[in-house]
Design a protein around this ligand. Structure first.
Ligand SMILES: NC(=O)c1ccc[n+]([C@@H]2O[C@H](COP(=O)([O-])OP(=O)(O)OC[C@H]3O[C@@H](n4cnc5c(N)ncnc54)[C@H](OP(=O)(O)O)[C@@H]3O)[C@@H](O)[C@H]2O)c1
Length: 292
C-alpha cells in the first residue's frame, strides 16, 4: 500500500489538497494518506479523519527525514518567507526525500519559474526545480498560476478609492483559484501514470488589469479603473500601509514579472488532469465580489 504525504497540510493550499486526496481515495485507501505539519496541535481535524499527522519543520532536515519515512508519493508544497530561506528549506526537503527513499515528488511550482525573472518568487521556484532535476529523484512539476484568491486583497483599497494601482503595466494574467489548483494537484498525485513531467495549471483565459478592474467593479456594483504605477511607488505604498520591506519588494517585483507577461498564458493541463476546465474569471469575481 503506497503512502502519500502532503507537506504544509495546515496551509491554505495544503488543506485543500488533503481534502481532495481524502475524497479521491476509497475507504480502504484512506489509511494511505499522511500529512506533515509544523504544529500538530493545528492538525487535529486531519487526525480525527484518520489521516496520519507527522511533525516536520522545513528548517530541520532530520525532522523531514523522519516524517518522510515510508512515503512513496510526496506532495511538496513550497514554503513562504524570504528567498534564501525558502531555497534552503526546499533543499532540506529534497535531501530528506532522498535520505528517506521517497519514490516520487510532486512539487507545487509557479507559472513563472525562471531564474531570469524579476520576481524573487520565480527565482525560488527556478532554483527548486533545478535542485529536483539534480536530485536523481522522480518528480512532477505542478506550476501554479497566480491565485485568484488574492483578488479581494488586491482590490481592498481600490474599492475605497475607485482606482486599482499596481505595477503590472499592460501585463495579462490567467488567474486560477486555490480550490481548482488543489483539485488538479490531487488528480495528478492519484493518477496511475502521468503523460508529462511539467503541468502548467492556469485559468481559462488571460486578462489585463483594465479588464479585471471593470469586471470587479461590475460585480461589486461600482466603477473601478486601473492605473499602472512604478514598482518603487507600489512598494512604498505597501510599506507605508505596514507591510515588511522584503515582502513589499517581493510583491512589487512579482507584478514587474506580470508586466513582462510571464503569467499571460493558458494551457489545457488543468482539463487534462481533471476532465473539466477550471472556474472562469467571471465566476471567481462573482464569488469574491458579488454586491451584498
Ligand atoms: N501561485 C500563487 O499565486 C501563490 C501565492 C502565494 C503563495 N504561493 C506559494 O504556494 C504555497 C502554498 O500557498 P498557501 O496559500 O497554502 O500558503 P500558506 O497558507 O501560507 O501555506 C504555507 C505552508 O507552508 C508551511 N510552512 C512554512 N514554513 C514552514 C516550515 N519552516 N516548516 C514547515 N512548514 C512550513 C506553513 O505551515 P503552517 O501551516 O504551520 O504555517 C503552511 O502550511 C506558499 O507557501 C507559496 O510558496 C503561491
Amino acid at each position: 500500500m503506497e503512502m502519500i504525504l502532503v507537506t504544509g497540510a495546515t496551509g491554505q493550499l495544503g488543506q485543500r489538497i488533503v481534502r481532495r486526496l481524502f475524497a479521491g481515495l476509497s475507504d480502504a485507501g484512506a489509511g494511505r494518506l499522511a500529512a506533515s505539519v509544523r504544529d500538530v496541535s493545528r492538525a487535529c481535524e486531519l487526525a480525527a479523519r484518520g489521516i496520519e499527522v507527522r511533525q516536520a519543520d522545513f528548517d530541520d532536515r532530520e525532522s523531514l527525514v523522519t516524517a518522510f519515512v515510508g512515503v512513496e508519493r510526496l506532495v511538496l508544497i513550497s514554503t513562504d518567507g524570504p528567498k534564501d530561506v525558502r531555497i534552503a528549506q526546499h533543499r532540506n526537503a529534497i535531501e530528506a526525500a532522498q535520505a528517506a527513499g521517497v519514490g516520487h515528488i510532486y512539487y507545487t511550482s509557479f507559472l513563472d519559474a525562471d531564474a531570469g525573472s524579476p520576481s524573487e518568487f520565480a527565482q525560488v521556484h527556478a532554483a527548486t526545480e533545478a535542485l529536483l532535476a539534480d536530485s536523481g529523484l522522480d518528480f512532477t512539476l505542478l506550476r501554479n498560476g497566480l491565485y485568484a484568491d488574492f483578488l479581494p486583497m488586491n482590490f481592498a483599497a481600490a474599492l475605497e478609492t475607485g482606482v486599482l494601482r499596481l505595477p503590472a503595466g499592460e501585463g495579462r494574467v490567467s488567474y486560477v483559484s486555490r480550490n481548482d489548483l488543489a483539485e488538479a494537484i490531487a488528480a495528478a498525485v492519484l493518477a496511475p501514470r502521468l503523460e508529462k513531467k511539467v503541468y502548467e495549471l492556469t485559468g481559462q483565459s488571460t486578462h489585463d488589469y483594465w479588464e479585471i478592474a471593470a469586471k470587479v467593479g461590475r460585480a461589486a456594483g461600482t466603477t473601478l479603473r486601473y492605473e499602472p504605477v512604478s514598482e518603487d511607488g507600489y512598494v512604498a505604498s505597501l510599506e507605508s500601509a505596514g507591510l515588511r520591506a522584503k515582502l513589499a519588494r517581493a510583491l512589487g517585483n512579482m507584478y514587474s514579472a506580470v508586466a513582462e507577461n510571464r503569467f499571460a498564458r493558458t494551457t489545457n493541463d488543468f482539463a487534462a488532469l481533471v476532465g473539466h476546465p477550471p472556474r472562469s474569471i467571471d465566476c471567481l469575481v462573482a464569488e469574491y465580489f458579488r454586491a451584498a
